[in-house]
Design a protein. Structure first.
Length: 196
């Protein structure tokens, strides 16, 4: 994987363990020549992650919608800044550039991006690894919700397993590198043919 999109908060959270996880991931990217593609911000987890990589000479591509491109939000130090008209265009651009997705702790935006990536994988629109860095058990309740969805018949076990979970950076990256997308089901084939 040459380029990985990372979704994470524009806040740092209350526990320094989250900031340290962003630094650890940033260092991994630099040491393994992985380009960061992210939301383009300079605050919170986004700022820590991007600055960690830039200070060590790594490559960072920021993609930000025009309405968020205020002086105090955008990281002007990035290697390349792409400004889109809308949030939707930002997602499409990230998808085009990404070899995979990682989510660090964050809020609504992070979960939105995480589940959009998983949905694209479930529909076989993409076949990219999608992982979460479950530092400090941050995503435990999200994972519990997915188990409940399987139990109640709203999510297939094999689709749930598309979400790669790592408790540290090296564990997550091993899973990302080894990822094989699930095979297309007959149901999906029918849906896709019907739509076209």
């Amino acid at each position: 994987m040459k380029k990985i999109v990372v979704f994470c908060g524009s806040s740092l959270g209350f526990n320094p363990i989250y900031k340290n996880a962003a630094i650890e991931l940033g260092n991994y990217f630099v040491n393994n020549n992985i380009t960061l593609v992210y939301g383009g911000g300079k605050i919170g987890m986004m700022g820590i992650l991007s600055e960690t990589i830039l200070k060590k000479g790594g490559i960072v591509i920021g993609i930000i919608p025009a309405f968020l491109k205020k002086e105090e939000v955008v990281n002007k130090n990035v290697s390349e800044l792409i400004v889109t008209k809308t949030m939707s265009e930002r997602k499409v651009m990230m998808s085009k550039l990404a070899d995979g997705y990682i989510s660090l702790p964050g809020g609504f935006g992070t979960l939105d991006e995480l589940f959009e990536g998983l949905t694209l994988g479930q529909l076989h629109i993409e076949q990219k690894p999608n992982g979460i860095l479950n530092v400090n058990g941050y995503f435990n309740h999200t994972l519990k919700q997915l188990e409940h969805m399987v139990t109640e018949g709203y999510l297939k076990q094999e689709n749930k397993e598309m979400l790669l979970v790592g408790h540290n950076v090296s564990e997550l990256m091993l899973k990302m590198d080894a990822y094989t997308a699930p095979k297309k089901s007959a149901v999906i084939n029918k849906v896709i043919k019907h739509d076209h």
